[in-house]
Structure formats: structure tokens, C-alpha cells
Unconditional design. Sequence first.
Lengths: 367, 852
Amino acid sequence: MMVVFFAAFLFAGNINAEDKNPIKIGFVGGLTGRNSDLGIQGRNGATLAVEDINRHGGINGKPVQLITRDDKQDPQTALKVDRELIEEDVVAIIGHMTSTMSEAALPLINERKITMISPTSGTNKLTGIDDYFLRVVNPDIQLINLKTDYAFRNLRLRRMAIVYDLSNRTYTENYAANFKSAFERLGGKVVFSDSFMTGPDVGFKGFARKILPAKPDGLLIVAGAMDTAILCQHIRMTGSKIPILVSGWAQTPDLLRHGGPAVEGVVAAQYFDHGSLAKPFVMLREKYRARFGDVDLTFAVVTGYEAVMVVKDALSRNPDPKRLKETILKQKNFNGMQGVFEIDSYGDAKRKGYIATVQNNRFCGRK
Amino acid sequence: MKKLTFGLRNILIFSFILLGGLPILVMGFIAIKFISADIDMEVRAKNLLIARSFSSEVQTFLDEALSTLRLIEDAIIKKQYIRRDDVNNYLNDTLMVHFEFDSVAILDEKGIVRFAAPYDRDFIGMNLSGQTFFSRVRQYGQPYWSSTFISLQTGKPTLMLAVPMKGGIIVGYLNLATLSLATGRRIQTGRMIHSLIIDREGTIIAHPDQNKVSERQNMGYLEFLRQENRRHEGDFIYREDGREYLASLSPVPYTQWTVIVVVPVDEAFAPVARVRKLFAIGASLAILLATAIAFITLRKVTNPLSQLVRGARRIAQGSYVPENIPSSYKEMDELIYDFHLMTLAIQSREKELKESKETLQVFFDAVHESMVIINAEGIVLLSNATGAVRLGKTVQELVGACLYDHFPPDLSVNRKEQYEKVIATGEPVFFEDTRAGRYFGQYCYPVFGGDGKAAEVAIFGQEITERKKAEDAIHAMAQRYHTILSHQHYGILVVAEDNKIEYVNQIFCDQLGPSWTPSELIGLTAEEIIRIVLHACTDPAAMSAFIRESVAEGRLVLGKEVVMRNGRIYLVDFTQILIDGKRSGRMWLYRDITERKLAEDQIRASLKEKEILLKEVHHRVKNNLAIIASILALQSRHVQDETSLEIFRECENRVRTMAMIHTKLYQSKDLAHVDFTSYIQELANDLFVSYRVNSDAVAIKVDIEDISLDINVAIPVGLILNELLSNTLKYAFPVEENRTGDEKTGAGEGETGSKGEIVVIMREERIGELPSPLAGEGRGEGEDSMLHALRYTLITLSISDNGIGFPDDIDFRNTKSLGLQLVMALVEQLEGTIEIKRNGGTIFIVKFKEER
């Protein structure tokens, strides 16, 4: 016993305590590149959620480890990093943040039966399918309907122009098509529709000039925040004051930062009430600021947080990761930051939608 | 809590180790402490110096960037070296030299981009007034450093520097990749040390790992890197991926960035680890050496001790064979010697104990009642032979078995309840029950354990079947006697020896008053009952004295008459109750004789009346007989013939004799019995007068016991006496001088010539009980035969004289003498006997039975 005591004393500095085997959760999103703001915000939300869980003792007494990967907004890279995460024995993958990447990962996760929960992929192409792809946001069709209804009835728009970014084709093409259908169903007309590929040489100035001759009384931009901001700038530079509607993809601080006055009055639809006073949301906002500095809380942060919490709730009920999907679908209802939301039997969420506009360089609640 | 016990060897070895190792440990600890502190301070200072130096370089970098933009301002705006058309080109040239800038733009007062390099037509004309830098620069007029962001053009982490100028703002976009290059280049000592820079939000903007920068990873999870904690220099230790790191911080004031120099702790404090290892080796060697010495030295102590321990175990197992234990020390020798002495003493005492135990066991088994000890679960721990036999087992079979298994279910439940009560309460319990028709008294006592709580029960079982039967019999008898006593016609009061009323019947209660009942009196003290009785008496004082004396004397008292206030008269009997000669209380009997008393009074009155009548009768008879005697006396005066005169005299004497009887009867108390002593004296006197006997010549002695005879016997006896005395007076003493007056009779001197003497003796002898004459008349022998048995006495009457004697030739039984014939007839009437003896005179002995 004395020898053990001495050895412990002498070699105390060399002894490192091993953590208990942590529960690994993967996160994948576009962390670099032009539209990395969404991925970074989603990652930050997931990071905050994991840190909160570990602060409260982990899941079933085990700590949680978040393993992040950058899909670089490239489908091939997305598959590669998903495989890496699966090899790391993650119990679930939070991601991808864009619909195109999520669509690319679908065959792999179904084959390997790994549950993937996307905080932001809203494409309708993935709606109502019994697979391992789940999401904490509604299919965009609901927001699209909300937006078209607002555009038609509130803004009294009748002639819409639509432009979209092909780099996230799965999302943007589907979004544009659904908007067109819904708008025309209401009695409107899409007078212009065109696409572009994001990059430094888009030529937004010329692109803006292409839109206006069609005399639209409203413009829908389905692109990331930066591209949307630049396009808004150039639209306004032409002197046009037409109402601009943006997709949820663009609802990040980068839109405000880079758009400046050009994005004042821009209309967006989201499953996210910027002015919510719900206590979990207010507390999350404070925690995010304390953790990541004086930055705004975006929907990607909130849904990234909520996606991790869905995994935590399910594993708390049933620690078997092989039955994670089943547990989530069985539980059905989850506490979100702004109220309860539902995940249906196909893994699609049902949440309330909100209309927001940019006022004084801020997204403001529903109009 | 389990008590730890340490062996002597271990303690001594530990002490050796402690003595040998403790100083080394203490000194080593202190040395390591000091060394660690010095190294710690040195490493921290060194790293902080590095961080500060790097921070200064970053600051220089930023200063250079600011200078560059100021140069541009100077060239374009102030000195107007550059024409408007050439501004874009100038800016491009500037970028080629100052590659830290990704792009530069010049904005007008409204925030519209007028010039930009590299030239981007999409960028020209954009309104950047919404961005924070614009309002800040406009507000403060000072250069503004933005937060890091992803560049519009490059899509890479970028820092923007906005410098106010006349008519607008110059904005430069710094590529933060250059900072990462700097961090990677900075430290090249090969000690895994690296540095990084984080912005004011904690986002990594420079790091040897570019991915951390491009992915905009945030280090806010480290508390010490939160914004509020990074305003000053300092160092912190944190843990990441299972390893500890020392982080030295130095702020960059312009941008509120923080330069961090990170080194693994184990790398930083490697010298301390080396010293610690060296110390560990040295201490281990010292301890080993101390242990070896301890083992060798202590062996000479512990070996003998071990042998003593083994010896003690052998003794415990009963083996007293001594063992030779070698020793190297005087103290051990003494211990070994004392151990051997102790062994012998134990052996001897064990033998005594064994013998004592065997003796006790004999007594234990000899007890005729069962003695069993059980535990709380009913398991038999000890039993004597009687206890086992009663359950049909041997002692060996019973010990260890459950006692309750040996009883019928009902009995088992009851006994179990009682035994458990003993354990629960710690108090003895006694109860009785039956098994197979036999009664048992169970005396159960708690046996207390070391904790003072009852843990076992000692049961003494006594068979009380016979006692129960006796009790039942006694109870039945008591009930029977109670019934008998209750139905008696007299009051009964029994006082126990403790002066409490033990028994009283209703008849006794009735004498006290109408409302008293036995239940009210039983249990009262003697004093209380006496008060009640006295209150009910007409003469309480006398009754109290009677009671007191009776109790004090303790003798049988019968027939004390007591009159109660209710008018009843009781006859009180008192007796002491003795059982085997010892006092066991006392009993009072109250017989109501009220009616009897009334009857007695009536009878007494009637008897009085009859007595008077009877007296009168005897008086008249006496008078009549006296008249007859007088008539005969008168008539004899007219008789000349001596023989006739004699006959008249004899008749007169006979009549007077009978008259005298009646006189005596008249004088007697009961009018039925005659006092014969005085009668014979008077009769003799009369005869002496009648036969004119000289009392100086003949004397009569009467020796008669105090005898009274019934009238039916007195008259015949009186006549017999009369005849025999008359004969004696006439014939026994023929000398004429013995006569008085003129007549000479035969009464005179005796045969020898001495004075004549007549002796009349009458004795009474009790001859016991004789069967009633009526016993043969159809009455059974046991049927009231006692009532009819008669008590008799034998009366012996002897008349003797010392005269001439009765002639031998005369058979007195068969004579012509009227007197003797009369005697014989009277003897026959008395159913007696008569005999004569001639022995210097004559003795007539008459015997007859008298009923008493």
C-alpha cells in the first residue's frame, strides 16, 4: 500500500484521467467559402447545445463530444466527410445546412442507417419520405405559401421576378418553382426567372439590369446572404424601389452587414420570430452572446441548437443509437426555443411560420 | 465500521519505512515544490514574454496597415499626387506591394464605393453605409477595426480597417491568412509550443492550423478566454483532449484581439517531472532498503511471536504440548517463559472447569422439570434431559432444532407468542397450557445479551397435572362445601388468619339486617365486620367482650346467647380453625334459637308447673305414707303380741322408709332423683330409734359417694337397706345392754366384744354404653343406634357389720324371713345381684345397674 501511495504521489503529474467514453454527435455544414455564414451559425448553435448538455451531466451520465466537418458546399466533399463522421461512430449527424448537400448525403445515411437531422434544409424534394433524413424545420413549401400569400394580399404584388443561385440547386430550384406555382395559383404572374452561380464574378450589376425591363412589381431572390445583399445593392443602384423578397437562406447578419440600406424593407418568411420573448429563446440569446461575442442570434443558431437537443431527448429516453430515428419519430413533440414543434412520421417538422422585414438594419417580427 | 487491525510486523516495517522514507519524502517534497515553483515562474514569464513580443508584432502589422492606408490618403487626397482616373491603378499597385491587403476601397461620404482594388464592377457603386464601420468612423473620426468576417470578394476571413479621410473613408481589407503565417513562423524551438490570435468574439483569426481560421472556430468555451477576462496579460492552465496546456495571453489594444502562446504543461514543466522521477527512484530505493533492514531485524522478534501465536492457537484448540521457541532477546525469553507458565495454569483451570461443568450437567439433567433455552427464532440452544424427553427427543436431537416444530400448531402459536413477549418486553412471563391431556406451567425468563437487550428465553417447564387435578378437586370440594354451607340453617362467618372475612353465608347476613349480602361482607376486615355485628346487637359491650375474649383465648366456645336488635336470639359458637395444628382462621356459627327459646320458656313454665305438681304429689304421698305409718304405729299400741308387734314395727319401718324416699324426692332438685347419702343417714337414724339401738354400743358408718338414684331405683334400694339394716340391728348384735329403753334388741357389741359397727358402703362404677334394649326391634345397627344407646353405672351397695354373723345354715336366698324375701324380690326387680360374705361378721353385697 505504501508503494502504491508513493507511486501515486510521485507520478501524479503524469497520470491523466481518461474521460468516460463520450457520446459522439457529428456536425456537418459549409464552414468555409462564400456562404459559410449558415454553416458557422449552425455549428455555433450545435456547439452551444453540446456545451449545455455537458454542463448538466451529459446524456445518461456520459459526456457529449461534437465532431465538426466542413462540406465546403461540395457534394463530393459532403459524402467524404459524412463517411468520416460515420467512421468516428457518431450516434447522429446534425446537418447538412443546405438542401443540396443533404440530398447528396441521403443514399449514404440510408445505407448506413445513420440518423441525420438538418437544422435548415427546407427543400420540398425531401418531404414525406420514410428515410433517415429528419429535420427540425418545415419543408419550405409552407413558408413559400406564407410568403406568396403575403406578397399577393399584403404587398398586392402581381408580377414577380425570381432569381436563384444554382450552387444550392436542390433548394433554390425547388423553392423558385414552388413559389411560382403558388403565386400563379393566387392569380399572380412570374414575369422573369433566371439563375446564377455564386462566386466573385457573378456580375450582379448586369444581372440586376436584366431583371428590371420585365417590369416586375416584386423580386424574389433565392440565394445566400452575401449574394442576396449584393444583388439588393445593385437593384437599388438602378433606382428601383420594388419590394424584394428573400429566402430563409439569406436571413443572416451578413445580409444586413453587406446589404446596408439596400436591404431595408426586404421581406422574409421563417420559422423564427426575431422578436420572440419566449424564455428559452431569450436565455439562448444571452448564452450565445456570452459565448460567441456580441453577435446576433440567427435562425440557424436556434435550429442547430434544437437539432442537438432532439438527439439528446431521444437518447435520454432510449440510449440505443440504432433506434434513434424510431425514438424521435415516436416522441413526435419537442420543446423548441420558441415553443413546441412536431416531427411527423416522415421526419419533417411542423412549426409556425413568421413574416419578417428588415427595419433599421434589423430583422423585425411579423408584420 | 470495521475496525482496522494492523499486524505488529506491518507496524514495525511501516515505522522503519517511515523513519527511513519520511525525511526523504519531506525533503524531496519541499525540493520539488521549490523547483516546481521556480520552473513554473520561469516558464510562465518566458511564455508571457513570447506572447507579448508576438502581440507587439501584431500591433506592428496593424500599424503598418494603418500607415499604408494613411499613405494612400496622403497620396490621393492630401497631396493629390494621383489623378482621379489613376486611383484604381494606384490602389492596385499598392496592393501588389502591400500584399497583406486583399483589397482596398475608397468610399464617398455617403458610403458608396467609388474606387476599389482589385477592380470589381459589382463592387463599385455599392452602398456600404449600413455597415458598422461607416457609422463608427463618421461618429468618432478615428480609424476603425472591424470584427473579422468572410470577405465578399475572397470568401476568406477578413479584417477591415476603415480610416476617415477628407470626403470619405478608405477601407482596407486585410487578409488574415498572413497572421497565421506569422504565428506558424514565430516559434521554432520544437517544444510543441504554438501561438494563435483570437478576435474580440473569441473567434480564431490566426492559427498554425488554417482550418481553425477558415472554419471560424471559437474558443469561447474556455472561460478564461471570454471577453471580459482578456483585457490584461496573464496565463492560465486549461485541459483539452486529455492534455493540459499553459496559455499565456497578451492583448492587442487596437482590435481587442488576444495573442495566446500555448505550450503543453508536460512540455513546459518537463524539468519538474524529471526531478520528480529522480526523487521517486531515490525514495523507492531508500524505502526498499529500509524494508529489507526492517525484515531482517524484525524477524528475530516476529518469529518468536509467531510461534507464541501458534502456541496460543493450539491452546485454544485444547493442545497444551509445550513448544521450544528459540529467542535472541532477553525480553522474548521472559515472555516465552511466562507463556509456558500461563499454558500450565490454563490447562489446570480448564480441567477444573470441565469437572465443574460435568457436575453441573448432572444436576441439570437430574432436575425433574424441563429447562430449555431458545433464541429469538425459537432455536433450542440448551436443554436438559427432562426437556428433551418430554418432547420425545434426545438432547442432541433437540439442540439446534426449532422448538415450535415439536408442538401442535395451536400450542406452538400460543407459546411462540409468549416467548416473543419475553424478548420484546424483557420481563418474565408465566403461563399454563395443556398438551396431550397434561398440564404444564411455563416460567419464561429473558436472557440478556451484551447490549442489554433480551436475546434468548430460558424456559422452565413444570408439569402441574397433579396439582391441577388437586386444585380442581379442591375447587370442587370448596364448591360443594360452599353449597352445603349455604344451605345450612345457621349463619357461618369464617375469618382468615389475615383478619379478612373469608366466607359468610346469607343466614349470617340476615342477622345484621335485611339488606346485607355475602358479597358485601367477604373481604372486609374483622374489625369492620365486628362493628357491623355490634351495631346489630342489643348489648354491644357484652358482645364485644365475648368476641375479644374468644379470639384472644382461641378456645372453643359453644352456645353464647346473643340477642340482636331485630329481636332474634342467636346461639353463637366460636372455634379456632386449625390445620395440622396451625391456626388457619376462625369460625363463628350463629344459630337462630329464637323459636327454641320461646319453646323452652314455654316448656320451662310447663315443667315448673309440673314440678310443683310433682312436689305436691310427693308431699302428699309422703303424708299419706306417714299417715299409714302413724296408723300402724297407733295400731301396734293395741297389739300385745310381740311377734305381731314386731310385724307392725317392721311394716311401719317399711312405710316410713318409702315415705322418706318421697320426702327426699320432694326435697330434691329434679324431683326424680334421691340424694342417697343423706337418705341412708336418716334411715339409719330412724331405724336406730325404731329398734332402740344404743348408739354408744353400735355405730353406723355411711360411706356413700355422692350418688343420686332415680325414684324407681331409690324406693327398692331404700327398702333393701331398710331390711338389711333392720336385720343387722335385730340380729347382729344380740347383747341387751345395747338397747335403749326397755326393749332389748339384738344390736349390741360385736362378736369380739368391741363396739358394734355397721358400715354401709355405696359405690358407683361407670360401665360404659350398652346397646339399647330397643336395638333388636327392627332398627338397624347404624340407624340412629347412638341415640338409643344407654349409659349405665354399676351400683354396689354393701352393708357389713362386725356382729355374730349370718348363720351358716340359713340360705338367705331361700328363707322364710319376709324381710329377706322382700330383699330378694327387690334385688330381682332391680335386675341386680346379692351375695353374702361371712368373715368376722356379715357382709351383704348388692349390685345393680343404674341408667344414666
